[in-house]
Design a protein around this ligand. Structure first.
Ligand code: UTP
Ligand code: MG
Length: 579
């Protein structure tokens, strides 16, 4: 909750005006029963002549109307100030939380899960907003109605104190009892909502796979389970809350009857007039209504506390991958060195995925990384742009530990073509410009030419202005790979990493790509992961990875002489291709 108050601070003027306007509304509400009592006593039941009585009714009635208009204006102003405060606060909070999410490292977002982050950013912040808007108005309203109501009631007749003395403790006990049982459920509701969001998110993004495997029924079932789970918990909360108001209403009605009873006796004894009894009924209703409001507020407070805790968890997470100290270190050459690097994924049972890796890529060299699936190739290159940090040893670029660079400077010079091409909805050139927003058209075309993408893009009806659908669904696998390569090239990196990014290209296109890279990116260090020997033969050096270690390193010719593993891979692949 501390964070909520921090976010409220910039809007303190609105936050202050809201309850002030509310005071006006409640004050007018408190005056009304008194005026009504006057109308009854001096107007309707007045002892004067008929037309005088009527004139009194009209005059006082006009006052009542005026007061209620003032009250109405106060109410509107209060709602407006409250809403502005809540919306602005929510907007700031959402912005900061989103910002935080963007800077979390992979392992941290994995821990929260995507579905939960979505709920926290949307539903949880909405809960906090509703709480702020309501509490700014209701705390004042309830407090004034409660204290003001009691004071007015006792002023009418102290005997009414008896009714308050009995009904208030009963109401408070009911509210406390029910809310204590409901409060812990609010956090659980949000967790269940996370699950629903996770299933939706996974299925919407993976719609194609779901269809390909005709898993619709299974997934609908999975969604059903999460959804029913959410409903059950919500129902448990709502059941508790459903019994709250009717019980409070019973207490309230009983209190009204008691007031009429006591009032009647007082009228009989000529200690009170009828109008005052009517006013007393209105006051007791206001007092007990305010206790009902407290019940509602408890509900909102517990909801908001659960949500605030969840949002604060995100806001308080410190990104484990943060900027290094050497702010002025720049990558100028692109020499990559792995020194005794070991790495294990958090939560992978601490089992090392990479063990004592030593590897150097000189500026301008093309180093290929070859190895069976799951041997740790992607994990190895992920350490260069610090998608993860190594657990032992160090990764150096131009002699400086990658952890010492500013993240933006580091990633700005490392181009990565991921194993899975991710494109975004937009035109072809917009997608390539992800590498560099401001690049002129001819640079975009040049990058596409090197990536062997220019020819197929020119073949599209609208060329570079062709729209690509979400996730690049309108392109073939090989086209997506080449677009991703063009995007990385446009960035003008010093180090360019291809993670199996030519797997969907035929051998001749791949050969053309290699030649273009050699010719145009002479001083760029290229690290190329591949499964096919044909893809790596032309590299300056090839690192063969087996089970997380480099088991052989050298040129194709050298490895054919010295490495059994390499020779095995070579012959098995050549056999497959019928050579
Ligand atoms: P890699 O993803 O590094 O393997 O995973 P790879 O060599 O690139 O494999 P291919 O060729 O793309 O298929 C190495 C090991 O790390 C684990 C995997 O289970 C694998 O055994 N791993 C990977 C994790 O534990 N967590 C991850 O987030 C990724
Ligand atoms: Mg991989």
């Amino acid at each position: 909750m501390k964070k909520v108050i921090k976010y409220l601070r910039p809007y303190w003027v609105f936050a202050l005006l809201c309850p002030l306007a509310m005071i006006l509304e409640v004050a007018m509400d408190l005056v009304q029963p008194q005026l009504m009592s006057d109308i009854i006593n001096n107007g309707i039941l007045g002892s004067g002549p008929m037309d005088e009585n009527l004139a009194y009714v009209v005059k006082t009635g006009l006052f009542m109307l005026m007061y209620s208009l003032i009250g109405c204006a106060g109410g509107i102003a209060s709602a407006a100030f409250g809403t502005v405060t809540a919306q602005k606060l929510g907007n700031d909070m959402r912005k900061d939380t989103f910002n935080k999410v963007m800077h979390l490292s992979f392992q941290q977002t994995d821990k929260f899960t995507t579905g939960s982050l979505v709920t926290r950013l949307t539903n949880d912040i909405t809960q906090i907003q509703q709480f702020v808007a309501m509490s700014l108005r209701m705390f004042v309203r309830t407090g004034m109605q409660f204290i003001g109501g009691i004071a007015c009631l006792l002023m009418l007749n102290v005997n009414f104190g008896l009714v308050i003395a009995v009904s208030l403790p009963v109401q408070l006990a009911v509210v406390t009892l029910i809310m204590r049982r409901a409060a812990p459920l609010f956090g659980i509701v949000q967790d269940k909502l996370d699950k629903v969001n996770s299933v939706v998110q996974e299925n919407v993004t993976g719609a194609r796979v779901v269809k390909a495997f005709t898993r619709e029924e299974y997934e609908i079932d999975r969604f059903d389970r999460a959804n029913t789970d959410l409903m059950t918990t919500n129902l448990r909360v709502q059941r508790l809350i459903a019994i709250l108001n009717p019980i409070l209403m019973v207490v309230m009605n009983a209190s009204v009857i008691a007031i009429i009873l006591i009032g009647g006796l007082q009228v009989e004894a000529r200690a009170m007039d009828v109008g005052s009894v009517m006013a007393a009924v209105t006051y007791i209703t206001q007092i007990l209504m305010s206790v009902m409001m407290v019940g509602m507020m408890f509900q909102q407070v517990s909801r908001a506390m659960a949500s605030a805790k969840r949002v604060e968890e995100v806001l308080d997470t410190q990104p484990v991958i943060a900027d290094g100290d050497s702010a002025d270190s720049e990558i100028t050459e692109g020499r990559v060195e792995f020194k005794n690097v070991s790495f294990s994924y958090p939560g992978f049972g601490g089992k090392p995925v990479l063990k004592s890796i030593n590897l150097t890529a000189e500026p301008g060299q093309m180093i290929a990384v070859l190895g069976s699936t799951g041997c740790g190739k992607t994990s190895l290159v992920n350490l260069i742009p610090r998608f993860y940090d190594c657990t032992e040893g160090e990764v150096l670029i131009d002699g400086v530990n990658v952890k010492d660079y500013e993240i933006d400077k580091l990633r700005g010079k490392v181009g990565v073509v991921l194993q899975k091409s991710e494109l975004f909805s937009g035109t072809v050139s917009e997608n390539i410009r992800w590498g560099d927003d401001g690049a002129p058209d001819d640079e975009v075309h040049r990058a596409a030419e090197i990536a062997q993408a220019d020819s197929f893009i020119q073949g599209f009806n609208e060329g570079y202005d062709t729209m690509i659908s979400e996730k690049g669904a309108s392109l073939s696998g090989g086209q997506k790979q080449r677009m991703s390569i063009a995007r990385a090239i446009l960035k003008k990196p010093k180090i360019l990493i291809f993670d199996d990014s030519t797997s969907a290209l035929d051998l001749s296109t791949e050969a053309k790509l290699h030649a273009a890279l050699r010719e145009n990116l002479k001083d760029v260090t290229v690290i190329m992961i591949a499964q096919r020997i044909a893809s790596v033969m032309r590299a300056d050096k090839i690192a063969v990875i087996d089970n997380g270690t480099i088991c052989a390193f050298g040129t194709h010719a050298e490895l054919m002489e010295t490495s059994d593993v390499y020779r095995d891979i070579y012959y098995s692949q050549m056999k497959e291709e019928g050579v």
